[in-house]
Design a protein around this ligand. Structure first.
Ligand SMILES: *Cc1c(COP(=O)(O)O)cnc(C)c1O
Length: 239
């Protein structure tokens, strides 16, 4: 399933380049240099390509399959923060509930309830984000803008969950500017729903922006960007 190690890709250098660019955009936007975290999306890529990125300072890695997190978990240093960014089936939560730092892809009350239940069992608090399909793409998971407030309200009642913000996967576009509105919409939604706390300095998390559009996403307030191709190169799916 995983690509074979492609030694021609200098993943550490790519990571450093994206990190530098992120820092520069934060500075230009008048935001703190630590206001956004770069998640290296390592799905389908082998641990040998991840370790140089870790050595370069990265601690946040994103995966979209439960099995892949389990396979890589023991092979990577224990201080890695694993981000589950893919669609999650309820019957697989138990395998990763005490391994992942955050689940970005909660798109239903049913899923949130199941995560809460497993978190109670394992006596952990699960950090979650609600996935919003801002652009209303049929191919994408996530609730609509209109459904988010209701989901947020209900999810907040569940034990052992920390609802930390919102996530979106913007459409694939040639020109990242086309996605600016969607990122702005997500940020506005976090204010409207009250997810953005006003009683402390910590705003809601906004997980938005990928290889093709992370600069625009940071300009619009992203606190997590999820970059795969820009660090690890193209993904080759072997069937
Ligand atoms: C694969 C993936 C990414 C990374 O996409 P790139 O375009 O390769 O940077 C980000 N977010 C999610 C949810 C993904 O599945």
């Amino acid at each position: 399933m995983a690509d074979s190690a492609n030694n021609s890709v200098d993943t550490a250098k790519n990571y450093q380049n994206v990190l530098n660019e992120m820092t520069e955009v934060l500075r230009k936007s008048g935001r703190d240099s630590n206001a956004c975290t770069l998640i290296a999306v390592s799905k389908t890529k082998p641990v040998e390509m991840m370790l140089p990125v870790y050595e370069a300072g990265c601690r946040d890695f994103g995966e979209n399959k439960v099995q892949e997190i389990m396979d890589k978990y023991d092979k990577m240093p224990s201080d890695v923060r694993w981000h589950m960014i893919g669609h999650l089936q309820t019957n697989k939560i138990k395998y990763i509930i005490d391994k992942v730092y955050m689940i970005h892809s909660v798109d239903s009350l049913h899923l949130a309830e199941a995560i809460s239940k497993e978190a109670v069992k394992k006596n952990v608090t699960a950090r979650i984000l609600l996935e919003v399909n801002v652009a209303k793409e049929e191919s994408k998971f996530g609730v609509t803008l209109e459904e988010t407030a209701e989901l947020y309200k209900n999810v907040c009642k569940l034990p052992n969950l920390s609802v930390e913000g919102l996530m979106t996967i913007a459409p694939y576009v040639e020109d990242a500017e086309e996605n600016r509105q969607y990122f702005a919409n997500l940020r506005q939604l976090s204010v409207d729903t009250g997810i953005k706390k006003t009683d402390n300095n910590i705003g809601a998390e906004l997980s938005m922006g990928m290889s093709g559009d992370y600069i625009v996403a940071i300009e619009e307030g992203a606190t997590f960007i999820r970059v795969g191709t820009g660090i690890f190169g193209e993904r080759v799916y072997v069937v």
